[in-house]
Write a protein that binds this ligand. Structure first.
Ligand code: GLY
Ligand code: MN
Length: 367
């Protein structure tokens, strides 16, 4: 009996006879495949499949290449196939008689769905991606331990950044140092492409680290995270290089207050929309009204944006539950001057929250 399989079935709106998770070839891998089998010690598991049954049983179909890693997963029968023909035969035998098959529409490729239709021509395919995503949103003890480690790595590197910043350095040089230090602390790599932005570039939310040279008086915004056993952290800190202006300090203080306002509301039962409105309200009441241009936060887990519905924004229907992990990341962005964002990762506890990231966030200029 696999508890995660049982959780998905408990959240299903429609009855299905079996759920099939199908991996393509990297990068078209289904993160829910890795989640359901707790397959987090490595491995690509290309073209592998997971079969999850209503009685809680899980079977992983994979290749000899991945067999040792598959055996490190949890509560699953492992079946090895040598060729894709063999995999098709295994799937056909398992799916014989199934009238409705659940598929993870959010993460499966069109080609894999076509293959499944050919293997089980009589079956109706039902998209169960909402139940899968909702099951993934609350983290268990093992997931939280991995996420704490990923957050500890990112926090430690954030603490080191002021000592790494040098006059004349380029964004990509600082980015390389950050990634290197995360790996030295045990990360398997960055959890997403680090956003290292100097000056006006920091006004772009999803800036791609470039070759800008650091100049005195500029903001230095670093948004990065560590991947640890497949789980992500996501932190942002912003500093000023050299002497800050009064405006820079005021922007920073406003973002800090916006983050505090959001954090203060977070506990089980709190509404994602209200949390966003609390942060947005602080900025809307300041001189930078309208300069907070994204949502306050997102779910975090195997992926840095772990769910497309568990969000803290103005349209959110999310109601917080114990075990959810969310980022809280308000920002103010001014195209010519640049932007400030402060981001932390938070787990919802029985009666409040616990911060996973803990790097200092007092306003600081770097001499
Ligand atoms: N860390 C990037 C983002 O949350 O979009
Ligand atoms: Mn984020």
């Amino acid at each position: 009996m696999n508890g995660r399989v049982a959780r998905v079935y408990s959240l299903l709106a429609d009855r299905v006879d079996v759920i099939v998770l199908l991996n393509g070839v990297e990068p078209n891998l289904d993160l829910s495949f890795f989640w359901i089998g707790d397959l987090v010690q490595g491995g690509l598991f290309e073209r592998s499949a997971a079969l999850a049954w209503p009685d809680g049983k899980l079977e992983i179909l994979t290749t000899p290449l991945e067999e040792p890693l598959a055996r490190k997963g949890r509560d699953a029968t492992i079946t090895i196939f040598a060729t894709q023909d063999e995999k098709r035969e295994l799937l056909a035998s398992r799916l014989k008689g199934a009238r409705t098959i659940g598929v993870n529409g959010d993460e499966v490729s069109y080609a894999a769905i076509e293959q499944l239709k050919a293997i089980a021509p009589g079956a109706k395919l039902v998209d169960v991606s909402k139940a899968v995503a909702d099951a993934r949103v609350r983290k268990d003890k093992g997931e939280l331990e991995r996420m704490q480690k990923a957050a500890d790595i990112a926090s430690q590197v954030a603490r080191e950044i002021p000592s790494l910043i040098k006059p004349g350095m380029r964004e990509y040089e600082l980015g390389a140092e950050i990634n290197y230090r995360m790996q030295k602390l045990g990360a398997s790599g960055p959890s997403f492409s680090s956003i290292i932005a100097f000056g006006p570039n920091s006004a772009e939310g999803h800036y791609a680290t470039g070759d800008a040279v650091l100049k005195p008086g500029q903001f230095v915004l670093c948004d990065f995270g560590a991947a640890y056993q497949h789980y992500a952290s996501d932190i942002t800190r912003t500093w000023v290089f050299g002497k800050p202006s009064k405006e820079q300090q005021d922007i920073y203080d406003t973002v800090r207050r916006a983050q505090e306002a959001a954090l203060a509301l977070m506990k089980p039962g709190a509404h994602g929309r209200a949390i966003h409105q609390a942060a947005d309200g602080v900025i809307a009441a300041s001189a930078w009204k309208g300069r907070f241009t994204h949502g306050t936060g997102h779910s975090l887990g195997l992926s840095v944006h772990d769910s497309n519905t568990a969000l803290l924004n103005g349209r959110s229907d999310l109601v917080l539950e114990e075990g959810m992990v969310l980022t809280v990341e308000p920002g103010i962005y001014l195209p010519e001057l640049g932007g400030v964002r402060i981001e932390d990762d938070v787990v919802v506890t029985k009666d409040g929250i616990r911060l996973l990231t803990n790097a200092p966030k007092e306003f600081r200029s770097i001499a």
